[in-house]
Design a protein around this ligand. Sequence first.
Ligand code: B1M
Length: 210
Amino acid sequence: PDTLTAIFQAVVDGNTRGVVEGIDRALDHGIDAEVILNQALIGAMGEVGRLFEEGEYFVPEMLVAARAMQAGLSRLRPLLVAQGVQPLGKIVLGTVKGDLHDIGKNLVGMMLEGAGFQVIDLGTDVAPEKFIAALEEHKPDILGMSALLTTTMSNMKLTLDALKQTNWRDRVRVIVGGAPVTEAFAQQIGADGYAPDASRAVTLVKRLLQ
Ligand code: B1M
């Protein structure tokens, strides 16, 4: 528990080295990678968000915290991702246009890979045309969009609308997620599914591909 608190604090402080060393120590103590992820890393980003809301943190602090978090995720990645399995399906994933948040998306991608799916990650600020070009190129089973801002959620709908202009809408299942996104919103824009977190994104994808 002390080790987890130290990792949590290192993320909040943006102390990348502290995060990585803390994770190594936690793993040495036999703490499970998923426990480290959920309790220390994800918990810490929640705290960073709270500090930002209260005006105690500004964008630079959020950014260094995010970097420390990403370093932690990279360290955990091999433990969360199973290797050498036959892909269960293909997913094209990206954060929508205008939105640069990628931690949640990366986590969703990692969990899906861990569950045996092939993930093609288009990164952040992905315009509808770019999603469509990736569908043409990779011919995935699923298209996943992430948005963290209330102002960029609408770009999920724009992407879905753009899909309808192509012959892709019926050929791919579309799932959405991200902090401001809800089940109701997903239905309203005509997505095929919504997941509130990365592990439920895996359950959702499995269900949609059955
Ligand atoms: Co930003 N930011 N940020 N930020 N940031 C939020 C989102 C905010 C809620 C903070 C706040 O005010 N409390 C707020 C949004 C308010 C709103 O829209 N209502 C906000 C703001 C305002 C901004 C800026 C506008 C600030 C500014 O410039 N004034 C700016 C916008 C930049 C842009 O995108 N154009 C901005 C910038 C940034 C940083 C670049 C500094 C940094 C991002 C770095 C990065 O991602 N590489 C950052 C960060 C770190 C945050 C907070 C603190 C943390 C986000 C995060 O990584 N959470 C965030 C506050 C918060 O969320 N408490 C905040 C951890 C992550 C694991 O969770 O992403 O929710 P999450 O993902 C979850 C689920 O949502 C779900 O699964 C994930 C794992 O369980 N999920 C999916 C996500 N995608 C999914 C897709 C799926 C399924 C599930 O299917 C495809």
